[in-house]
Design a protein around this ligand. Structure first.
Ligand code: GAL
Length: 636
């Protein structure tokens, strides 16, 4: 905070320059009394007609001050607000809902007053979790309810593991009528295991009973070529631990998946991202202990000292009814500088299967050095300059996809190459289960908006077994090695989860599972919302309507629509503006809705209206950066 910012012609020292949309997350931990600053558009865009920014000061989820929209050449605004008792202070700059062209914005001459001598942290751990303003998901009833997908894919000969996800008081006894031969059920845990030898489709009646009642559900097991018939759901270590991941942290995540009850809503995978492998020589202190040979004398990959027993770890996770994943790159090194699979692909696929892994995220990283000819290419694999098409980009995924398929194990294949070469068009052909379509997500509104609302291009290619991946979830405690509560607001988090479910995205929780709070659990344990993601038709929602004006006011609403297997339609009304809108909606034909419909609010799990779509309208109070997620079903 020492640089000079040329705000409004004056040099005001002590501040931060940003570009909308941005958020500074400051942990005051109750140690300050007032915060004051001057704000305004930066002078570097003097006279620009495109500059329009708005400043917000938010303390523990409550708006303390906002500037109103400011343009280039506007006089700086000074303010002082009380921050007494505030733990987490967010300084946000919005783009005034018109995109961020020339939106350079300054917090200048910024000061905190304190009564006690204290150093504030702009990272690290605050003493209190952020305020969790409102919980919408009703608590699951104590009587049994079977949740999760209605269908499960497995290949002949692969080990079968499926845990019946059921909420309700324990002890609970499970049943599975018409289970095909080769599979057995553990009545106490609800885990179904075994192997199916040949292809076929089996309809099983799952049951759950406790002292208060019982529940049943029809469940389809499809033994064939395709796995992940609904998007994978689980956890991944990267967004919280990054290079600080260890086997103990992975075990804790698995334990928390069970203890928190999330396993009862269908959450399954426990995925280790980068840094289970050894690392190249480096001066970085944090990973010095990982600087060891990548492979044994026969060329098989070895895990690093923080992961002393990969097979034991996989067993630990499986014993809890969960599945386990890991990470590699087709290049010689991963994005974090650890061992990649280059020229060892077959051995790596065998090793993953031998250890018992169920999921591989395969990240392009240093493979760019192969395709650009920087490193030796003794196998003569396709390189960019000789390629008239996308072969050079497809090739490494085809190689690993083939080797994974050769294993007697179902391994989800997650392609991570940030959406290059229209991956959605060929990901399925290389046996990919899902494919990232963009760069990395982070816990900012800008990231959610720029990733989440730009997925339509990939939608025609999403289907059971093939999913568009807009990257992992960023609710809860996230922070890439220095976890902090997510910087997203309450409504931004509802938007994030609703949108990812509408997109039929893989759902990988990215937070520290040992720090799940009630609000985050409410986001992750709403079975009606998750059912939109897990719908067996496997459609990815697209944007059906954009609204840019309501009355005479500028607005930015996006309405997404998704066809569901039961004939209903999920519709998400997103408000990308910062202000709540109250909108009378009647454009039902654009959502392919006609006749009489019952409308259910999925977050609240309540029926809210019955409409004649030909003449009625639906009032929509949508919070700023928030969402209403509804399901429309035909009714009489
Ligand atoms: C990035 C990838 C992240 C994470 C990281 C590991 O390329 O997008 O999700 O896997 O590498 O180093």
């Amino acid at each position: 905070m020492a640089s000079l910012w040329p705000l409004e012609g004056k040099d005001l020292s002590g501040g931060v320059g940003t570009v909308a949309e941005s958020v500074l997350n400051i942990y005051l931990n109750g140690g300050a009394t007032t915060f004051s600053a001057h704000v305004g558009a930066d002078d570097c865009k003097r006279d620009s007609k495109r500059t329009s920014v708005e400043f917000f000061v938010i303390g523990d989820g409550k708006q303390l001050w906002r500037s109103g929209v400011m343009h280039a050449n506007d006089a700086a605004k000074a303010f002082e607000v009380s921050v007494a008792g505030v733990n987490q202070l967010l300084l946000k700059v919005g783009d005034a809902d018109d995109g961020n062209n020339d939106d350079f914005a300054d917090w200048a001459d910024a000061k905190f007053e304190t009564t006690i001598a204290k150093t504030f942290k702009t990272g690290g751990e605050p003493v209190a979790a952020p305020v969790a303003p409102y919980i919408l998901t009703p608590a699951a009833p104590p009587t049994p309810r079977i949740n999760g997908a209605n269908v499960f894919g497995v290949r002949p000969g692969s080990p079968f593991l499926f845990t019946i996800p059921a909420t309700g008081d324990r002890p609970m006894e499970f049943s599975a009528a018409n289970l095909p031969s080769g599979l057995i059920l553990d009545k106490r845990t609800g885990q179904i295991s075994g192997t199916l030898q040949s292809k076929g489709e089996f309809v099983v009646t799952l049951g759950a009973r406790n002292s208060l009642g019982s529940a049943e559900k029809q469940f389809r097991i499809v033994c064939g070529d395709t796995i992940a018939l609904t998007p994978p759901m689980g956890w991944n270590s990267w967004n919280c631990f990054a290079h600080m991941v260890s086997a103990d942290k992975v075990k804790s995540a698995a334990d928390a998946m069970v203890r928190s009850g999330l396993i009862n809503h269908g959450w399954t995978y426990i995925n280790i991202d980068d840094f289970w492998e050894n690392h190249i020589p480096t001066s970085e202190k944090d990973v010095q202990d990982l600087v060891k040979p990548f492979r044994d004398e026969k060329g098989f990959i070895v895990s690093n000292a923080r992961f002393p027993d990969m097979k034991g770890l996989a067993d630990y996770v499986h014993d809890r009814g969960l599945k386990i994943g890991l990470y590699s790159s087709p290049g010689p090194t991963t994005c974090g500088g650890c061992a990649g699979s280059w020229m060892h692909e077959a051995q790596d696929a065998q090793t993953y299967a031998k250890w018992g892994f169920d999921y591989l995220k395969y990240d392009w990283c240093s493979y760019g050095d192969v395709t650009s000819g920087i490193i030796a290419n003794p196998l003569n694999v396709p390189v960019r300059k000789n390629s008239k098409n996308d072969d050079f980009a497809i090739y490494p995924y085809k190689v690993m996809g083939g080797f994974l398929r050769d294993q007697n194990r179902d391994i989800v294949f997650s392609l991570c190459q940030y959406g290059g070469n229209d991956v959605w068009k060929w990901g399925g052909a290389v046996h990919g289960t899902c494919w990232r379509t963009t760069g990395d997500v982070n816990d900012s509104w800008r990231s959610i908006k720029e990733i989440g609302f730009y997925q339509d291009k990939a939608a025609p290619y999403a289907k059971p077994g093939n999913w568009t991946d807009p990257d992992m979830l960023i609710v809860g405690w996230v922070g890439w090695g220095r976890p902090h509560p997510t910087s997203l607001t309450t409504d931004e988090q509802y938007t994030h989860i609703s949108l990812w479910c509408m997109l039929a995205a893989p759902l990988l929780i990215g937070c520290d599972m040992t720090k799940l709070d009630d609000f985050t659990l409410n986001l992750l344990a709403n079975d009606e919302v998750l059912a939109v993601d897990q719908d067996e038709l496997g459609k990815q929602a697209t944007c059906a309507i954009k609204v840019s004006e309501i009355g005479n006011r500028i607005a930015d609403l996006r309405v997404y629509e998704k066809e569901l297997a039961d004939g209903g339609r999920a519709v998400a009304f997103f408000n990308l503006g910062t202000e709540q809108v109250n909108f009378e909606f009647n454009d039902f034909t654009k959502l392919n809705l006609s006749g009489k419909k019952a409308v259910r609010d999925l977050w609240r799990q309540q029926n809210i209206a019955t409409l004649n779509t030909a003449k009625d309208s639906l009032p929509l109070p949508i919070p700023g950066h928030g969402v209403l997620l509804y399901k429309f079903t035909t009714t009489k």
